[in-house]
Each structure stands twice: as structure tokens, then as C-alpha cells.
Design a protein around this ligand. Sequence first.
Ligand SMILES: Nc1ncnc2c1ncn2[C@@H]1O[C@H](COP(=O)(O)OP(=O)(O)OP(=O)(O)O)[C@@H](O)[C@H]1O
Ligand SMILES: [Mg+2]
Length: 229
Amino acid sequence: MTLPIVVKDLSFQYENDATKILRHLNLSVDKGEIVAIVGLSGIGKSTLCYCLSGIIPHVYGGIMEGEVLLNGKSTRDLTLPAIATTLGIVFQNPDHQLFSFSVEDEIAFGPENLCVPKEEITRRIDEVLEKVGMKEFRHANPHQLSGGQRQLIALAAVLSLQPEILIFDEAMSQIDIYGKKMVKEMILRLQAEGKTIVMIEHDLENLQIADRVLVLKGGKLEPFTGTLS
Ligand SMILES: Nc1ncnc2c1ncn2[C@@H]1O[C@H](COP(=O)(O)OP(=O)(O)OP(=O)(O)O)[C@@H](O)[C@H]1O
Ligand SMILES: [Mg+2]
């Protein structure tokens, strides 16, 4: 069976930087699995997310060796729009992802760019707002919502492209306890639908929902045994 995510011998260093941040890193994630990744600040967790989502090598320059396979296809051979329909990424700060003045426009943006027909976009807006429990906010301004609600709208926008893999890069770090609970419940519901999830976390309390916890250190992933360094 082709796995949703396979990382093979991945090494990466940013342009003009002598440090190899990722060093011969390997990772396989099963369909429907929730894998959590922890690690010290600045160790390379977001860099790994950029590699998983094709931002590296398509946007950030640097030396990338090895490969990332999404459903068996190398991210080098996929375009970013093609990756966006397979894998969605939710970042730490929803404000970096939200730029429309209405929730509806925000969610429509991705599918519109991929030329999804208008009726289908309308259907997807209903569907994803229902999924994240934000139906009544369809005409709201995202910037007037709470942090947790903005994160749910950022997630709804990602879900509107119907990706089967979701990456959460410390997506719960800037939201309150209630927002965290909403996001965690949402992640478990997505898993129940068969989605594959990688979550970067610094809050050990959020790791309960993971099937497997790995720690990034020395540029590689190891099973987490309770110590980050
Ligand atoms: N675009 C970039 N160009 C050059 N260096 C970068 C770039 N982005 C990150 N780095 C460097 O790469 C290293 C790893 O950063 P990264 O953001 O991946 O770590 P992180 O584990 O996500 O940290 P945090 O826990 O603070 O989010 C850091 O030393 C950082 O300064
Ligand atoms: Mg980071």
C-alpha cells in the first residue's frame, strides 16, 4: 500500500546558512494516523513542515537532499497547487493565513484559484463551516473573531481544498483553553474521517490525541521518551 507520507533520507540547509537543519531524516506515516512531533525551539520543526508541504523546495531556497513522497509522488515533481489538494497546512498564527474580510471569501479563495465551479464552492463553504462548527459566522469578518475561532476558519479554508493529509504547525499555541479543546476535537474528527495528521506541538498536554510522538533532535526524528534535548 502506498503511504500518505514517506520521508526518505531528507537533509536540508537554508541558503547562506552553514547549518544542516535536517540530517538524513526518515519518517513514514500511515493513513489515518496522528503523529505528533516535538522538539526544542529553533530545532527545525517548521522547516520539516515546509519540506512536508513542498514549500521547500518550491518556495524557500537551500540545499535539499533525499525526498518527500506524498502518496508515492515526490514533492519535487508536484506543483504547489497539486500539493494543496493533497496536503493542507495550518500555521501557528492564523493571522498569517487569513486575509479576506469575510469568512465566506476566505474559504472560497483556494477553490476559486483552482477553478472549482461556483456551485461546488458554495457547497464546500457550507460543508467546511459545518465541520468546524462555525456555520453562523459565514458572513463575519475573520479579524473580529477570537483566536480559536480564527484558527478554525484557517482550518476551514484549508479543508475546502479537500486534502487527505493535514499538518498543524503549533496551531494551538496562540489560542486559549477553549480554542485548544475545539481544535483537538476537530483533529480527532478528521482522523475518524480517515485523514492523516502530523501535528507539531510544544505543549505536552496536547499530545494525548496523538497515536505516536516523535522528537526532532540532531536533524533526525526519534521516538519521544519525555526529554526534548
Ligand atoms: N527562511 C529561513 N532562512 C534561513 N534560516 C531559517 C529560515 N527559517 C528558519 N531558519 C532557521 O532554521 C532553524 C530552524 O528553524 P525552524 O523555524 O524550523 O525551527 P522550529 O523548531 O520550528 O522553531 P520554533 O519552535 O521556534 O517554532 C533556526 O535556526 C532558524 O533560524
Ligand atoms: Mg516552528
